[in-house]
Write a protein that binds this ligand. Structure first.
Ligand SMILES: *Cc1c(COP(=O)(O)O)cnc(C)c1O
Length: 425
């Protein structure tokens, strides 16, 4: 077991090596193709390449597309991929009897589940027209709510809160839906899904959870936690590949009634009858829209299969050991620098990344990347370090903090090339 968070006193690199020797998850590192010499702390933005993914992608490309061509929809089960992979992700997130599909993007899936949730509430509690979310939520989540309520044009409104302490005050009798991201993309702060969902339900609202920074990063039991709907992406901690399709989960109790506002032919009860009228498929398939990106979907399954082999409780222990180690090392070895921890110090309030503010955050991150430590930068002034326990070692954390120390002590970030902004940060 990884024990970094139980150390006291000065931590040495030898301590980290010892923790790695005792790490029961260490062998998972060999399941990935990691570039030599790079310490990759950005798996919360784009996960790394699982070893089997290139072969899978190439087989789908050459054999299934190249040879079997259109016959692959049946022969190679392309049509059933969203359901098959969705079922696996459903197991991973503790979806119980709920339905789960792998499809589209998180943004599009949010639109679908929010539309479905508002429609349920319009029937059951028509006076409720408010959607509550967090000001600090990932922007696309808020943009999607705005776009949806604009076309509804029936007095729907978005109400923003600043954190858990504001929630009860915002939960009036007018609230239809609460949309929360379980782990904040910037700070790494973690909502208690079960307790929060109970508060939301007690106020008569439905709970929609965004699990983008949770799936594959910590143990989840969405069904037991009482969630109504959930979405999340697979290219972060699930290592599905750039732009790999997202997932969408609906609680069993809503499956019969919840209807997607995007009524495409893949969500039809009988797509190949080519009927002029829409009739939703039974169950979760009604949340599919159109033809799926088969190459991405099939490649992503490799990362999901890998995640299913991992004991999620053990993953969580190692994640906390590594994030705590990162925080402790920065505080022990980098005193006097203007680094401010914005990630909660309490383990139970933290996801799997660590963020610090630094007034020169952008240039500091570019200098780190130039030195082979890849994290990312988020406005304002935030250095973000994603900690993926599947392939990171304790020594990687030690070495990354050493590079950070050098970048700050020697002011390497002052170099002019690190001041220019790239299009993607
Ligand atoms: C990464 C992320 C997204 C990404 O949405 P896409 O539609 O895949 O671009 C959405 N929400 C949250 C909270 C995220 O962290």
């Amino acid at each position: 077991m990884a024990v970094g968070h139980e150390w006291s006193g000065e931590i040495t690199r030898e301590d980290c090596e010892r923790a790695d020797r005792g790490d029961s998850m260490a062998s998972f590192r060999d399941e990935f193709d990691l570039p030599d010499g790079l310490i990759y702390l950005d798996g919360n933005s784009l996960g790394v390449l699982p070893r089997g993914a290139a072969d899978r992608c190439s087989a789908v490309l050459k054999d299934e597309w190249g040879t079997d061509l259109i016959g692959s929809w049946n022969k190679n089960h392309w049509f059933g991929l969203p359901a098959r992979i969705g079922e696996k992700i459903g197991r991973l997130i503790g979806g119980g009897d709920g339905g789960c599909v792998a499809t589209d993007t998180t943004s599009v899936n949010l639109y679908k589940v929010l539309g479905a949730a508002l429609r349920l509430q319009a029937e059951d509690a028509p006076g409720r027209r408010v959607i509550v979310s967090e000001r600090e939520n990932f922007p696309t989540d808020l943009y999607i709510v705005s776009g949806l309520i604009d076309i509804l044009d029936k007095g729907y409104e978005l109400r923003l809160i600043d954190g858990p302490d504001d929630l009860d005050g915002a939960l009036g009798a007018d609230v239809a839906v609460v949309l929360l991201t379980q782990v904040n993309y910037r700070s790494g702060a973690l909502w208690d899904m079960r307790a929060t969902t109970a508060r939301i339900h007690a106020a008569g609202a439905l709970a929609v959870w965004d699990l983008c920074h949770s799936a594959g990063a910590l143990p989840l039991s969405v069904a037991d936690s009482g969630a109504d709907f959930a979405v999340g992406c697979t290219y972060k901690y699930l290592n599905g590949g750039p732009g790999s399709p997202a997932f969408l989960w609906v609680a069993a109790r809503h499956l019969a009634r919840a209807e997607s506002p995007l009524t495409g032919w893949w969500g039809h009860a009988e797509p190949f009858t080519m009927a002029p009228e829409y009739a939703p498929a039974a169950g979760i398939d009604r949340f599919l829209v159109g033809t799926q990106p088969i190459l991405s979907l099939a490649t992503m399954e490799v990362g999901v299969d890998l995640a299913l082999r991992v004991d999620q409780e053990e993953l969580r222990r190692k994640s906390l050991a590594l994030t705590s180690l990162f925080i402790d090392l920065v505080e022990q070895r980098l005193p006097g620098h203007p680094l401010v921890l914005i990630t909660p110090r309490e383990e139970e309030r933290r996801g799997s990344h660590v963020s610090f503010r630094h007034p020169e955050g952008y240039a500091v991150m570019k200098a780190l990347i130039a030195q082979g430590v890849v994290g990312d930068y988020r406005e304002p002034e935030v250095l973000r370090f994603g900690i993926t326990p599947l392939y990171l070692r304790h020594v990687d954390i030690w070495d990354a903090v050493e590079v950070l120390r050098r970048v700050l002590d020697e002011e390497l970030w002052r170099s002019p090339e690190f001041q220019l902004r790239d299009a993607v940060t």
